[in-house]
Design a protein around this ligand. Sequence first.
Ligand SMILES: NC(=O)c1ccc[n+]([C@@H]2O[C@H](COP(=O)([O-])OP(=O)(O)OC[C@H]3O[C@@H](n4cnc5c(N)ncnc54)[C@H](OP(=O)(O)O)[C@@H]3O)[C@@H](O)[C@H]2O)c1
Length: 388
Amino acid sequence: MPFLPPRAALLRAARQPLRIDETALATPGPGEILVRNRAIAINPFDGIVQSLGSLVTPWLRYPAVLGTDLAGEVLAVGPGVSRFAPGDRVLGLALGVEKTVNRPAEGAFQDGVILREACAARMPSGLGFEQAAVLPLAFATAACGLFLSEHLGLRRPSLDRMRESSSDAVLVWGAATSVGSCAIQLAAAAGYRVIATCSARNFDHARRLGAATCVDYHDPAAATRIVDAVGDAPLAGALCVAAGAGGACIDIAGRCAGARRVAMASVPISLTDAPLTGQLRWKLGRLPRLALGFARLALHARRLGVRTSSIWGTAVVHDAWGARLFENFLEPALASGRFQVAPEPLVAGIGLESIPAAMQRLAQGVSARKVVVSLPDPAVEAGTAMSR
Ligand SMILES: NC(=O)c1ccc[n+]([C@@H]2O[C@H](COP(=O)([O-])OP(=O)(O)OC[C@H]3O[C@@H](n4cnc5c(N)ncnc54)[C@H](OP(=O)(O)O)[C@@H]3O)[C@@H](O)[C@H]2O)c1
């Protein structure tokens, strides 16, 4: 790391606050790159791992480094890496908390991060780090849910030729989320007619990304409006990206002709407000409701003959096709302007110290924005320190 010792936001044990500490830079191994981090995006999952790690990531070794989304500059490449060279500006999906990885060097919440070559894409010159950091996990999760055979198994997006839009529809429930923003674009690039739900104030957002029809999910008649919009055409699948929306998506899939499939990125009730201390009371109230929510969805789906699946977004990179997505789709699609960076970043702070406040900002709720932390340019920082 030039000029300044690298630091990380460390989670020393489950349910602890993050602590900033100096760390050593890892050396990239075969197929890996070392990236000097310039922007981190915050995901609901980060707070859930911090507070409920013993439930959702029981394998996690401590101290852990959380975070999946980042953008920065390549500092070094490992053996066999041909796509990148030092100095390249990249966005990337950090896999540090993945069960099969479980490695602090690959967590995004630090200055120097190890990325897998397959999980990185070169950024177009006009794209800022804060914008680019919005994409990686949302893109991976949307692609996982839409295209892998265990989920919706849709025909895949192509850049060679822009697919003609067909009459088959895809429902993206939660179009103003970061996952939904990528899903609209991916489904449209695969030639589907996208029906999207979001608040009415975000209709323009969804349309700009390629949605053909927008429905306000607050409308009590939303499900009927969606079924009407699908019409006689098949509904190829529904992607559910909002806690508590699974029942409505199953209902719609059951009422439409087509594949009768729903892929869910979210759980039946939100888990983002779990406290770090005094959790027992929260768990006693929430976990039975979560289990009941899953049971109700399973029963509802069975009754309507709808197949459901739960998405683990990073799983896409373990698929033979998905492993090439950052290289073969995202990078050229960003370069040609065919894939838009959305939603807009909401920069909640500068420096690793801002991560806890940024996580709190996300927990308060956002609308069509992605909470991001900007990391200063170390050359500028060093210059400032020298001039003091
Ligand atoms: N399974 C995975 O691997 C994975 C990966 C990433 C994210 N996720 C999950 O995906 C969800 C979205 O996360 P995110 O980070 O992309 O976005 P986010 O920042 O959590 O999404 C905020 C947006 O959610 C929308 N929203 C809230 N309730 C809704 C509802 N009932 N119906 C439709 N939209 C609703 C709001 O839309 P309006 O402003 O238009 O009201 C708001 O803009 C979260 O539940 C997250 O945990 C799962």
